[in-house]
Design a protein around this ligand. Structure first.
Ligand SMILES: Nc1ncnc2c1ncn2[C@@H]1O[C@H](COP(=O)(O)OP(=O)(O)OP(=O)(O)O)[C@@H](O)[C@H]1O
Ligand SMILES: N[C@@H](CCC(=O)O)C(=O)O
Ligand SMILES: N[C@@H](CS)C(=O)O
Length: 462
């Protein structure tokens, strides 16, 4: 999750202002950018454990995630605080536009800068791993980008000192069985992409929401839970099915022909709140209704002790970050279906979506393709993919769909004329019959690793 920023304290006077928050994202095509975010799990290196448990998830302190943030901070990386604790870094100078942030159990996240080409995305990812390699080793740690924590249980995971997460931690168990696993034991790669206007946004939403399960299957990389294969290829996608369905999934109205900024506003007003920021602090209002606060003046219980009880534009902007549909709308669209994976796979993930969505003729063709079937087919696919990935049942076979979609993505990238089609190669190999990352690890686990998952840590990126 991004780090806390400044908020707009203007009171909300009418709904048009909320629509306007989203519309501010409209941009001409020449200003469209690619913003890639990824998360990864830290672990204690067995050869440098020095009294610590080998492979354990690092705590915040000592010799953990907080220490890594401190080691990285400097003129290029300014610390960001939650109270007294450093909880992120804001890039400056040549790293302007990037930030480093923490997920609840310290999954280390690069929120990349909005970039023009996939070559820059590729370079940014490499530069990030190069940047952290030294300090990570110095602390006796490593980092592995997979979709679900392979070894440790829910109770073994540390909690980072972030007030947003204290609120979510309390609330999650009241709305789903696996929300705490989503928070502490999952890691993803996401790409944020722009739109020109409402019609373009709605088309990109339909195409990307329908194809999110296909991409989850191609990117499946979370077959291990607590030291064993647990029967899922993307356990991370499974946990999203039972986290909090009031804010996650594929809401059917996002597919509708009349989907619009206003309809998203309408949907998100009914997503239960988590927090509002007052006096620079997150105030717990988890479960309260933004709509009833805004429309009926029902002040959320937790806010009653504060003088500023009027909903502001900043409150709505914060609320937008608490919705987790498979494709999230803010001032850009965020693709949220994929497990974290190797750097090549994570760049390929951005490449797939850029190819499909950023060339208008390709986007139209992609929309025709997804409209060949009822939306219900893609919803069923979402239910089947966690277990089966590319072997999930699909009319005409999922690999055939993957090949068509990748051919379109390639066409879209070629139309951009930036020599980017090469970045699709790892996904094309899977569409053509190769194993997903999850299947690759499972073959090793059943073979050379002799039923032990720990060797996965030897394949760490840093
Ligand atoms: N105009 C843009 N086009 C594409 N990407 C953008 C644009 N503006 C910002 N981004 C990207 O959005 C990402 C960060 O968004 P933000 O800081 O709001 O995180 P977040 O999505 O709230 O975090 P999380 O997904 O972890 O909850 C960055 O990677 C950034 O590059
Ligand atoms: N870790 C979560 C993503 C958290 C977020 O950025 O919303 C996931 O794997 O999907
Ligand atoms: N990444 C999400 C879920 S833990 C957030 O930070 O809000």
């Amino acid at each position: 999750m991004s780090n806390p920023g400044t908020t707009n304290s203007a009171p909300i006077e009418n709904r048009a202002q909320l629509v306007e928050v989203l519309m501010r994202g409209n941009k001409p095509q020449r200003q469209w950018r690619i913003g890639t975010e990824h998360e990864k799990f830290g672990f204690v290196r067995p050869d440098m454990a020095e009294g610590r448990t080998p492979y354990a998830p690092p705590p915040y302190m000592p010799r953990g995630i907080g220490a890594l943030l401190e080691a990285l901070s400097g003129p290029d990386w300014e610390p960001i605080y939650d109270g007294e604790a450093v909880i992120g870094l804001k890039g400056a100078n040549t790293h302007k536009g990037c930030s480093i942030s923490l997920e609840p159990a310290g999954q280390f996240e690069l929120s990349g800068a909005p970039l023009e080409t996939l070559h820059e995305t590729d370079q940014e990812m490499r530069a990030h791993f190069d940047l952290i390699r030294g300090p990570v080793k110095e602390l006796g740690l490593g980092f592995v980008p997979v979709g679900f924590q392979p070894l440790w249980g829910r109770g073994d995971m540390p909690w980072m000192p972030k007030s947003r997460y204290a609120i979510m931690r309390r609330y999650m168990p009241t709305v789903g069985a696996l929300g705490l696993d989503m928070m502490t034991r999952s890691s993803t790669v996401q790409v944020n992409l722009d739109f020109s206007d409402e019609a373009d946004m709605a088309r990109k939403m339909r195409v990307s929401l329908a194809l999110q399960p296909l991409v989850s299957a191609l990117m499946a990389n979370s077959p291990f839970v607590e030291g064993k294969a647990n029967g899922y290829l993307s356990n991370r996608c499974r946990i999203w099915t039972d986290t909090d369905n009031a804010r996650a999934g594929q809401p059917p109205l996002f597919f509708a022909d009349d989907f619009s900024f206003e309809r998203y506003v309408d949907w998100v007003l009914d997503v239960p709140m988590y927090f509002v920021v007052r006096d620079g602090k997150n105030v717990d209002v988890a479960g309260a209704s933004f709509r009833r606060w805004l429309e009926n003046g029902e002040v959320p219980e937790g806010l009653k002790a504060y003088p500023d009880q009027t909903p502001t534009i900043g409150d709505f902007e914060d609320h937008l970050t608490t919705a987790f549909p498979d494709v999230r709308l803010k001032q850009f669209l965020e693709m949220r279906g994929a497990d974290a994976g190797s750097p090549q796979m994570m760049v390929a993930h951005s490449a797939l979506w850029v190819g499909l969505l950023y060339d208008p003729a390709t986007l139209e063709a992609a929309e025709r393709l997804v409209r060949e079937l009822d939306w219900g087919v893609y919803q069923q696919l979402r239910a089947d993919v966690p277990k089966l990935a590319m072997d999930a049942p699909f009319p005409g076979a999922l690999r055939a769909l993957a090949r068509r979609v990748l051919a379109l993505a390639e066409q879209g990238l070629r139309a951009r004329a930036r020599d980017e089609a090469q970045f699709l190669a790892p996904l094309q190999a899977i569409a053509d019959g190769g194993p997903t990352q999850a299947e690759h690890w499972l073959a090793l686990y059943k073979g050379a690793w002799g039923g032990d998952v720990r060797p996965i840590f030897q394949h760490a990126e840093v």
